[in-house]
Write a protein that binds this ligand. Structure first.
Ligand code: B1M
Length: 209
């Protein structure tokens, strides 16, 4: 009998093979894919987020858990699409112009995916004009911007200004983060949300929708 608690535990422990096996078993037994996602994958990643915030888990543990979550997700993704299960919201995430750091951004993306958000990863060094094009053509609810350099933080303001100039500022909620970024800076440039770490990014994204 499929065991969602065991699936959640496999994800928390970063046990990729077990996570995949529990997911397959649940699918084969006909459990609705949305139940497997929420009761297993999201439940597991929630605990990972809490442990990360409490400094009980560090970056490697989160990455290993996220790898197990992603492997399980590969089995579920086609079924979720078929069953019409809606994501919590759609997030386009990228590191801003001039900035090549992506480890934190990837961590945030994985935690959001683990929380049931649909992720469009824009990569690094994403120019404001590219973001304007993406916001115009895609239906993301949230634009998530990461910056790791004090010299690239201004590109966050440039991006928000470019969205405003293009008449698109109201189409998307903008959240920002990265080591040098602060809540004050978010307020100053008119971002809708700020999160200091990947677990808080999930809370922030939830608060924006
Ligand atoms: Co760079 N680098 N780096 N670097 N690098 C820093 C950031 C630096 C602090 C090192 C230092 O001098 N002590 C410094 C920045 C100084 C500053 O501006 N204040 C620096 C510098 C100067 C540079 C170069 C300019 C060096 C040079 O060439 N002279 C250069 C710039 C290249 C460029 O981007 N154009 C450069 C290059 C690199 C590498 C390519 C070698 C490599 C990046 C590899 C990669 O990302 N693929 C690198 C690395 C690894 C670092 C350090 C060592 C680690 C960064 C990291 O990944 N941390 C870093 C020093 C340090 O932090 N100890 C440093 C782990 C990661 C999990 O944390 O990214 O903070 P972080 O993400 C956190 C939170 O910030 C938050 O959640 C994450 C998880 O909790 N978060 C968000 C991040 N994005 C978020 C978005 C959100 C919400 C939360 O919402 C959207």
């Amino acid at each position: 009998m499929a065991d969602l608690e065991a699936l959640a535990q496999a994800i928390i422990g970063g046990k990729k093979d077990q996570a995949e096996a529990h997911t397959r078993q649940a699918i084969d037994e006909g459990m609705p894919p949305g139940d497997i996602l929420n009761g297993g994958l999201v439940a597991g990643m929630n605990v990972v987020g809490q442990k990360f915030k409490a400094n009980e888990f560090y970056v490697p543990e989160v990455l290993i858990a996220a790898r197990a979550m992603k492997a399980a997700m590969e089995h579920l993704r086609p079924l979720l699409a078929e069953s019409g299960t809606q994501p919590v919201a759609r997030v386009s995430i990228g590191t801003v112009k001039g900035d090549l750091h992506d480890i934190g951004k990837n961590l945030v993306a994985m935690m959001l995916e683990g929380a049931g958000f649909e992720i469009q990863d824009l990569g690094v060094d994403v120019k404001p004009e590219k973001i304007v094009e993406i916001v115009q053509n895609n239906n993301a609810n949230i634009l998530a911007l990461s910056a790791l350099l004090t010299t690239t933080m201004p590109a966050m303001k440039e991006t928000i200004d470019a969205l405003t100039a293009a008449g698109l500022r109201d189409k998307v909620r903008v959240m920002i983060g990265g080591a040098p970024v602060t809540q004050n800076y978010a307020d100053e440039i008119g971002a809708d949300g700020y999160a200091p770490d990947a677990a808080s990014a999930v809370e922030c994204a939830h608060s924006l929708i």
